[in-house]
Ligand binder design. Sequence first.
Ligand code: ASP
Length: 436
Amino acid sequence: MPWYKRLHWQIIIGLILGVIYGAIAAASGWGTFTRNWISPFGTIFLNLLKLIAVPLVLASLITGVASLSDLKKLSRIGGKTIAIYIGTTLIALIIGLILVNTLQPGSTVPDEMRLQLQETYEDEVAVRTEAAETAKERGPLQPIVDMVPDNIFMATTANRNMLKVVFFAIFAGIALIMVPKEKANPLIRFFESVNEMVIKMVELIMIMAPIGVFALLADVITSIAKDDPSQIVTLLSALGFYSIVVLLGLILHMILVYTSLVYFLTPIKIKDFFRAMIPVQLVAFSTSSSGATLPITMEVVEKEIGVSEEVSSFVLPLGATINMDGTALYQAVAAVFIAQTLGMGLDLGAQLTIVFTALLASIGTAAVPGAGIVMLIIILESVGVPAAGIALILGVDRILDMCRTVTNVTGDATIATIVASSENQLDLSVLAVKAA
Ligand code: ASP
């Protein structure tokens, strides 16, 4: 039995125990103990996953692109992938906007609570606004300039620079296709070997997944509650409705979009697809990072769903970096929610601006925890809502980050599966197929 199946239940148990422990720790004032003795195991687990993200993206994309063996095939698969990525993100944004405009979660936050939230998160807002400030001061073409690294070693030194790594890897892969076979082969074999090594490392890291997940969850709960469980009740009463709207959007998007795509465009049974995805979703939920989850997404999509390595090694690293439907949906809901809470109306033009900026922002959002809220500031500013408004939602952001990351990785896997199916690169013997 492969590791991800064996570990599946252990990870669920780790997750549940982490939540229970976190609640008890918050109620008993064990915050410092948890931070000193439990949280580090979560950080180690997360670091190990992040550690292999750059070599994995580099090796898998270079071999993935090079294995496409001709440029026509690359532009066909690449064009299709990017078009579907953008299409699904647009649908996510529309779902988010429809929900937040009809349910109006912002009109339920009492004034007193609004002031309290703004005061509590004042300092954190300052840190995030500074990060957004640097992002915003750049010209309109800066995101494209940012994609092109001037030094590959520098580009690989921060996981946030993944888009640069993706660019280099695709560029190198294309060059390898154009180089005579006998000259290209040694390098391709080298990266194939790096790929194998990384996959083995994932397997080893996942041995500690149940403990890592336990520690991550315990840490999230205690840091939200800050040794005072009533804090959670306060947050939930003010932000519960907003959180429900985001969650509802994420679930609707998965049901409407991913389920239909799998149902109509692949021969795979929806039930089997989602069952195979459980370990990936659990790791995405606990780590809040599509980048850290990527190794597991790739392993499961290839071995459990039957997508060819050729497709998965191109579509998934790209998706983890640029395709974030969950993040886009959340950014749209959050922007309108903040405007509603502050009593500002957003007309159709403003809502369209949100669609456009959130589409770009979700592409530019790094696949790491909490990246979505920094990009949210840019969206807020594009429609004239004060950035300090993020104070209103910071309290529940980590939990929503965990949930939107689940949608992000599910979207990447869905699209890898439909691209593979359209290219006849889906091994149907791996999963049961729908009855004809
Ligand atoms: N944590 C998300 C991800 O890695 C990004 C975000 O929305 O913050 O997919």
